[in-house]
Structure formats: structure tokens, C-alpha cells
Design a protein around this ligand. Structure first.
Ligand code: IPM
Ligand code: MG
Length: 395
């Protein structure tokens, strides 16, 4: 598990080289066109690609090829547009989320993000941090519901799924800032605040999800201490009246952190706030095998969704062809399924990932003796081969 630890060191440590592509993405390989030629006329979607920093560009490049191939087999054509975002955007144009990027994202059918952040920008003022760009993007797209399915290796059995509220809570609450207290001591402060509509809408997404799974929903809070959590719990209970078929339970976040390690199978669907969800999803990723495997989908009530791996930019392994691209590949499957309603193309990608794992291909973070250690590019090639072989089977 040594390599997986490197993924945990997201957004830290080493300076990384800026890289950027402020241009429409080039169309991809001839094998993809061949496959497309065998299918019906195209549906077209425009996808904004935000490669970002660290390993972001490497994993996005793999996901783009996989999307192209799986799409072409289902008569889907993509128009990709790569835009700057995060630290590399700071280096390029001085802000972490240029207006052009947000407006391109808003105009597209879906947005696929790699990862942002790195040591180089860690000491920047808050408005000049890569992470601020990500929060602005989520806010700008109004994607309040964040789906983080946690799947278990090696067979990738569906273990549980976590819904994290994404555009509210302590990340956005006011007042916030730095100041001095009455003793003249310097302070930093934030506010955890949720309005009725914010809890109700994420609760509904969670109840709907639980209904489609095993009908069990656990709401995680800190209602033994925090008013914002007491309110959260009150609203979740109120919304539960609309879903009598779903079994609702509540758990304090400290206990949930422990129970996730002790017996993750007890959970079906978890709903929680922005910050608890951030922490618990990293924990869940290690239980399931690696943070390099877990995708996410962020959805609003309308407009394009935002799809991204839950891992960070892992600057310590950037540009070394060591990253696990599967979380981003699986995020592109979520993009097809939840963003575009293209379930068949999504299935093709999910199956190809399973098949690639079944053949024993592993990046460093999920490697164990007896398997074949591959880099980011080769893992991508293997997934493409598996998508291709499904064509042969289908013809
Ligand atoms: C995540 C990340 C972000 C979050 C950061 C980079 C702002 O950790 O998506 O899990 O905390 O939401
Ligand atoms: Mg996180």
C-alpha cells in the first residue's frame, strides 16, 4: 500500500511544473474513428475538460481517450474543450478560475476535472489558491449534491455510497475570516450554517439514491454538539416523511469514522455535510482499496454536472506516469450516466475497468504481488483494449 499513501498527500509538498492547454482538444486516434464508422449517426455533446495540476493532465488524457472510444461505439461524438483551472491557471493568467473557464463550463453538457493544487501555491492568499478556484467552480455551476460511490477492490463490489453536501456549510458560511479577539489575540474563524432548502435538497437526493439501492440511509452529523447539526438532523427527519420506504438512521461523525473502519458493510447510503463528507470520503477510499479508484459526480437541479476523481493532484508522483487513471475513467462513466443519461456507454467503461482489473493490471497504489504493475498510460491502453474487445463481442 506504499504508493497509495502518495495519493493521500494531496495538495502538498513538491513544486510542480505548470502545464496548460488553452485550446480545443484535438480529435483522437484512428481506431476510434474505425469503431465509430460501424455505428449509427452521432449524438453530440460538448465536454469541458479541466486537467488542472499535478497528475490531473495525465489522468484526464486517459479518460478523454476512453470517453471517445466508448462514446463512438454508442453513436456519440464529443467535442472536448480544455480550459485552465487551479494552480496552472494561476501561473498562466493569475486567477484559479478564469471567467472564460466558468462560462465554457456552464455552456457545456458536462465538465470533467482532473485535480488541482500543489505546494507551489499553498502559501498563496486565499483568493489565489487553486482550491478556491474549485469552490468557485462548484458554486458557479450550482452543483450542490456530491455523489461519491465507494466500491471495493478487487471485484469492485458496491459497498456503500456517500452523498456530501457540496456548496454550503463551513466552506461557504459567513462570517469568516481573520481578525482579533477582545484580548487583541489574532484569530481565524468560519461558520457552519445550513438553510432549510440546502438540507432538504441534499436529503432528497440521498433518499432517492437509497431507494434505488438497499433502502437504507444514514445521516452523519455532530448533533450532540453543533446547532447546525441539530438543525441538519431536524430537516433530514422532516424530509424522511416523504420516503417512508427508506430506513433512516443517524450517526455522529466521530462514531461514523470508526464504524467505517470497523464494519463498512453496515452502510448503504450516507448523507452528510460538506466538511464531514470530505473527510469520510478519503477514509472510505482507503477501506475500498485506494483513493486512486474512486470517482465522484456533483449535480445541481439543472445545468451541467461536474465529474472528478476524489483524489487530489498528488504532485509527488506527477509527470512520472505513475498515477492511477481509473478514478477519472470511472468519473467519466458517471458523467455519461448521470450527466448525459448515456447508460450504455457508461456500462461499457465500467465493464472495461472491471475487465482490466480482472486481467491483473495494477498501478502502484493498488499493486499486490502476482499482478502486473503498469503506469498511467499503459493502464489507459488496457482499458481501451477492453472497451474495444466489447465491440468484437457485440458485433
Ligand atoms: C475534495 C477536495 C476539496 C473539498 C478541496 C480541494 C477544496 O478535498 O473534493 O474532496 O474539500 O471539497
Ligand atoms: Mg477531499
Amino acid at each position: 500500500m506504499a504508493a497509495s499513501a502518495s495519493f493521500m498527500k494531496i495538495n502538498v509538498q513538491h513544486p510542480i511544473k505548470p502545464m496548460f492547454l488553452l485550446k480545443p482538444a484535438s480529435q483522437k486516434p484512428s481506431r476510434i474513428r474505425c469503431a465509430a464508422a460501424t455505428t449509427k449517426p452521432s449524438k453530440r455533446y460538448s465536454i469541458t475538460l479541466l486537467p488542472g495540476d499535478g497528475i490531473g493532465p495525465e489522468v484526464i488524457s486517459v479518460a478523454k481517450h476512453v470517453l471517445n472510444l466508448a462514446g463512438s461505439l454508442e453513436g456519440i461524438e464529443f467535442n472536448f474543450q480544455e480550459m485552465p483551472m487551479g494552480g496552472s491557471s494561476l501561473d498562466l493568467v493569475g486567477v484559479p478560475l478564469p471567467e472564460e473557464t466558468l462560462s465554457a463550463a456552464k455552456k457545456s453538457d458536462a465538465v470533467l476535472l482532473g485535480a488541482i493544487g500543489g505546494y507551489k501555491w499553498d502559501k498563496n492568499e486565499k483568493h489565489l489558491k487553486p482550491e478556491t478556484g474549485l469552490l468557485q467552480l462548484r458554486e458557479g455551476l450550482q452543483v450542490f449534491a456530491n455523489l461519491r460511490p465507494a466500491t471495493v477492490l478487487p471485484q469492485l463490489v458496491d459497498a456503500s455510497t456517500l452523498k456530501k453536501e457540496l456548496t454550503g456549510g463551513i466552506y461557504f458560511g459567513k462570517p469568516r475570516g481573520f481578525g482579533t479577539n477582545e484580548d487583541g489575540e489574532e484569530i481565524g474563524f468560519n461558520t457552519e450554517v445550513y438553510a432549510t432548502y440546502e438540507v432538504d435538497r441534499i436529503a432528497r437526493v440521498a433518499f432517492e439514491t437509497a431507494r434505488k439501492r438497499h433502502g437504507k440511509l444514514c445521516s452523519v452529523d455532530k448533533a450532540n454538539v453543533l446547532e447546525a447539526s441539530m438543525f441538519w438532523r431536524k430537516r433530514v427527519i422532516a424530509v424522511a416523511a416523504e420516503y417512508p420506504d427508506v430506513e433512516l438512521s443517524h450517526m455522529y461523525v466521530d462514531n461514523a469514522a470508526m464504524q467505517l473502519v470497523r464494519n463498512p458493510k453496515q452502510f448503504d447510503t450516507i448523507v452528510t455535510n460538506n466538511i464531514f463528507g470530505d473527510i469520510l470520503s478519503d477514509e472510505a477510499s482507503m477501506i475500498t482499496g485506494s483513493i486512486g479508484m474512486l470517482p465522484s459526480a456533483s449535480l445541481g437541479s439543472s445545468g451541467p454536472g461536474l465529474f472528478e476523481p476524489i483524489h487530489g493532484s498528488a504532485p509527488d508522483i506527477a509527470n512520472q506516469d505513475k498515477a492511477n487513471p481509473l478514478a477519472t475513467v470511472l468519473s467519466s462513466a458517471m458523467l455519461l450516466k448521470y450527466g448525459l443519461g448515456e447508460e450504455n456507454a457508461a456500462k461499457r467503461i465500467e465493464n472495461a475497468v472491471l475487465e482490466t482489473l480482472n486481467k491483473g493490471f495494477r498501478t502502484g497504489d493498488i499493486y499486490s504481488a502476482g499482478n502486473k504493475l503498469v503506469g498511467c498510460k499503459e493502464m489507459g491502453e488496457e482499458v481501451l483494449k477492453s472497451v474495444d474487445s466489447q465491440v468484437a463481442a457485440a458485433v
